[in-house]
Unconditional design. Structure first.
Length: 253
């Protein structure tokens, strides 16, 4: 059809049509074309590269896009591998998970949700009522993920002990300085954290856990998806039995 054309179109109205008395009825619509538009794309040439991205040539722009996509793909693959290593450590660790740790992890999640909702002017309980749920159902929904995270943290603790991984004050200070520089913070922040024992040890623990995972990732052996699936299937029955307390020596190496 062209601009100005008029055409009658017959159709059967859907079963969920409202009002209901029209559901399934045959209807005729008169359609008038007011305007016809087409998307016109610019030519992919050097001029486009200059105007849109600041490159001298289209080839440079293509190379930049290709490099960026390659780096993104590599970062995603590295991140996925790190997550798999951490999950594998947790799956292999035979540790008893303290319910209090799981409860604290769930509370942290719920408080984070509450803060996010509060920025929109909505309370967490109010939001749960709006979606027809209660706080207990939310707590139970968060429990499996919180339990997995606690298991992985305990597995990393065992890995740290087994491999003697430590972070000295010099390394800690350098890490804090690096973070402060990225956030454009002053040197006073470094001294404040280093001078506060609680804050200092919190950062030290986070850095130690990161270093432990780095160590585990470097030592991990890549396997095929088929091998990973077979390993997961082999472990599944074991996961259904209560875990025995262990000293952590069997964490994945």
């Amino acid at each position: 059809m062209k601009t100005g054309d008029v055409k009658d179109v017959a159709m059967i109205l859907p079963a969920d049509q409202k009002p209901k008395k029209l559901a399934g009825a045959e209807a005729t619509f008169t359609v008038t074309v007011k305007e016809v538009r087409a998307r016109v794309l610019p030519d992919l040439d050097d001029e486009f590269a200059k105007n849109m991205a600041g490159f001298d040539t289209l080839t440079e722009l293509r190379d930049d896009i290709r490099t960026a996509r390659s780096e993104t793909a590599k970062n995603e693959a590295d991140g996925s591998f790190r997550r798999n290593v951490l999950q594998d450590l947790g799956a292999q660790a035979e540790v008893e998970i303290p319910p209090s740790m799981v409860a604290r992890r769930i509370d942290d999640r719920m408080q984070s949700m509450a803060r996010s909702l509060q920025q929109q002017g909505i309370g967490l309980e109010q939001y749960m009522q709006m979606i027809g749920r209660d706080m207990n159902s939310l707590y139970m929904e968060l429990m499996p993920e919180a339990g997995r995270e606690v298991r992985e943290e305990l597995a990393l603790d065992a890995y740290i002990e087994a491999n003697g991984i430590t972070v000295n004050d010099e390394t800690l200070r350098a890490f804090i300085a690096e973070q402060a520089a990225e956030e454009a913070e002053s040197d006073e922040v470094i001294e404040r954290i280093m001078g506060d024992s609680a804050m200092r040890e919190d950062v030290r623990r986070d850095l130690t856990l990161r270093d432990a995972l780095d160590h585990a990732v470097a030592a991990a052996k890549e396997i095929s998806p088929e091998e990973a699936e077979a390993r997961a299937n082999a472990r599944r029955p074991q996961a259904e039995t209560p875990a025995k307390e262990d000293d952590g020596e069997d964490a994945d190496n």
